[in-house]
Design a protein around this ligand. Structure first.
Ligand code: SF4
Length: 340
């Protein structure tokens, strides 16, 4: 695990590579406004793997898209701050933001098969960011693309760069996407459910590859996933999201061994764990998933929470402060000053 993960995150440490503060994202709809992200704050340091985890619709992908300023209209960022290497991304002109995307922040999306251009050779696609952002010549960019494909363990890259996406397996396509995302040496990588469409063995290979690449280049990685099993093994720091809010923040180890928020405890009970007996049944979380158009008053998790108190129905607990060692947004866990 990186030093960034094991060192306590205190107010005196240097600013992180990425600082997200009080981010809010809304989507107006005909039936009302969806508050997709509601005051999320977190950091990603150099050489740190940070995971945003939660069920579909919890706001984790909207957070990643907001960082890239790719929220599709009529959705919009309505508040907060996103600082990347000290630069306020929300204040950048769109032309400068295009340079940030791809050159300084790399992206790996789910469904690699549909993210790649089906009628363009793989090598040409991996070379594209170099042509666009590094002003490389075509031959040099292609040579570099072959090296990048070799670096992500594509076999015989000298020949396979000529392949089209349909000639690659799903895992190979995702490796090509990682090569493409790393082509310009980005300082931060965003990976949104990068293993969703892959089988379990290939998932592990892709995640190990991502991990080794970010360690090798001291890149920060923001990993968006619904899979807590992924988090336990690969993330230095984890933020669990529910209904647009971060409800628990901790190191990967701490979250896995000492979950405190009732939602995190429920999530962990609902997925297979290596440290649990094989015959132990998985426990789904009771109740209906959160309805974003009709959020409950108070704590959004209270209709499903087995430990809800009377006040939970009316009062939302305070948000988790950024840089908290182990923060929990729950009335059962008052904020401890030494955690700030
Ligand atoms: Fe449950 Fe209340 Fe904590 Fe929300 S604040 S998770 S309802 S105990």
């Amino acid at each position: 695990m990186s030093q960034a993960a094991t060192a306590p995150t205190t107010a005196g440490s240097p600013p992180a590579l990425l600082q997200v503060r009080a981010l809010t994202v809304e989507f107006p709809t005909a039936r009302g406004v969806v508050h997709a992200v509601d005051g999320a704050s977190f950091d990603v340091a150099h050489d740190e793997i940070v995971a945003l985890v939660g069920e579909s619709g919890c706001g984790k992908s909207a957070t990643a898209l907001a960082i890239l300023r790719l929220i599709a209209a009529p959705g919009r960022i309505t508040g907060g701050e996103i600082l990347f290497d000290g630069c306020d991304l929300l204040a950048l002109p769109e032309a400068a933001m295009r340079v940030v995307r791809g050159r300084h922040i790399g992206m790996v999306f789910q469904e690699p098969m549909s993210s790649l251009n089906p009628v363009q050779r793989i090598g040409r696609q991996v070379a594209e960011p170099l042509l666009q952002h590094r002003k490389a010549d075509a031959a040099g960019a292609l040579r570099r693309a072959v090296d990048l494909l070799r670096g992500v363990n594509v076999p015989s890259p000298e020949a396979r760069w000529r392949d089209y996406p349909h000639q690659f397996s799903g895992g190979m396509c995702q490796r090509a996407m990682i090569a493409m995302a790393m082509a310009c040496g980005p300082r931060l990588l965003l990976a949104d459910e990068p293993t969703t469409a892959l089988d379990v063995t290939v998932q592990a290979l892709v995640l190990e590859l991502l991990q080794s690449k970010v360690r090798e280049h001291r890149t920060g990685l923001l990993l968006i996933t619904h899979n807590l099993g992924v988090v336990a093994r690969y993330a230095d720091r984890v933020h669990v999201m529910y209904a647009g809010r971060i409800v628990e923040s901790a190191s990967g180890d701490d979250l896995y061994s000492r979950p405190q928020h009732p939602y995190t405890i429920g999530l962990l009970a609902s997925v297979p764990r290596l440290d649990r007996a094989l015959d132990q049944r998985l426990q789904p979380i009771d109740g209906q998933p959160f309805d974003p158009l009709h959020p409950p008053r108070g704590c959004a998790f209270h209709p499903r929470c087995p430990a809800a108190l009377a006040r939970c129905r009316d009062e939302a607990p305070p948000r988790v402060a950024p840089r908290t060692r182990h923060g929990v947004a729950c009335w059962l866990h008052p904020v401890r000053e030494h955690d700030r």
